[in-house]
Design a binder for this molecule. Structure first.
Ligand SMILES: [Mn+2]
Length: 290
């Protein structure tokens, strides 16, 4: 009997832009598939259904639509985990991580490696913009709006001590205060540049060694000199190669359960370097996991 080529990696495309309130993100998944037709049958696209919103909720814009999308993503991710497979959530804005993390955390105790230029540790009370894509990490550790914290099931999804921020270089003042209060480990880009990427990576590997790990990979964590298609670029950050080394070596070291690749916004693409990078990341993950 011919052996079937069964892939463990399952890619879910979530073209959410309401968490960032930034046009372009809703075209991310279709645009990527259009550029790389080989993914057409590989990516399951989750539709974003607009919900009735209460616009007096200034601190968390489009809360109901974001919460509904995250809930649906959580259901899908959870099924993939239960089937013993490996979910890759392709954004869309970073708010989707609330759903992907919830879907995994229901079944397994996980740590989170959050690679990002930003902290994503805002809450509706302290956020200046009210954009939920700046809140997903806070919500996942149990801080912020209850509709976000309680995605898929009630309560925090991850223990704050099991989280590492990596590559940050733009954290709001009040957000920094919350990071400090909670004692969230934060490898800022400044620290990584000073100690050297290899040493920083070595420490992160040591911390998550043999533990279940969800990687949330924000493309804006990469140096905007090397990729352009992100809505909120911040100078500095990991090189493309460092980003790939991070993913590759974490898969070798930890028990990586799931990955997000988010904030691909084709409107800002100068050439094709960002979509190429997403393709390179997906190929790398598929090769390592399958
Ligand atoms: Mn982010």
């Amino acid at each position: 009997m011919e052996e079937l080529n069964i892939l463990k990696t399952k890619i879910i495309g979530v073209p959410l832009n309401f968490g960032a309130n930034r046009c372009g993100l809703e075209f991310s998944v279709e645009n990527f598939i259009d550029r790389y037709p080989k993914y057409r049958d590989k990516i399951e696209v989750l539709g974003v259904e607009k919900q009735l919103e209460d616009f007096s909720t200034k601190g968390a814009k489009y809360l109901n639509t974001v919460a509904k999308t995250c809930e649906e993503l959580a259901v899908n991710v959870n099924k993939i985990i239960k089937d013993g497979d490996f979910p890759i959530s392709l954004g869309g804005d970073h708010a989707i991580a609330i759903g992907s993390i919830a879907g995994v955390a229901k079944e397994k105790e996980i740590g989170i490696l959050w690679m990002d230029a930003h902290g994503d540790m805002n809450t509706p009370e302290i956020s200046d913009s009210g954009h939920i894509h700046g809140m997903p990490l806070a919500a996942s550790v149990g801080h912020g709006h209850s509709k976000l914290i309680d995605c898929f099931y009630n309560g925090a999804k991850v223990k704050k001590e099991n989280v590492i921020l990596f590559g940050t270089r733009d954290i709001d003042e009040k957000e920094q205060k919350l990071i400090d209060e909670l004692g969230i480990k934060n490898y800022t880009w400044e620290m990584i540049a000073e100690m050297g990427f290899e040493k920083a990576l070595g420490e992160v590997k040591e911390f998550f060694k043999d533990k279940n790990l969800h990687i949330s990979f924000d493309l804006d964590g990469i140096d905007p000199a090397e990729i352009t298609a992100v809505g909120t670029p911040v100078p500095g950050g990991l090189s493309r190669e460092m980003g790939k080394t991070l993913v590759s070596e974490m898969i070798d070291t930890a028990s990586v359960t799931s990955i997000d690749i988010v904030e691909y916004n084709p409107i800002y693409e100068k050439g094709a370097e960002t979509s190429e990078y997403v393709d390179e990341l997906l190929q790398l993950i598929e090769k390592k996991i399958n």
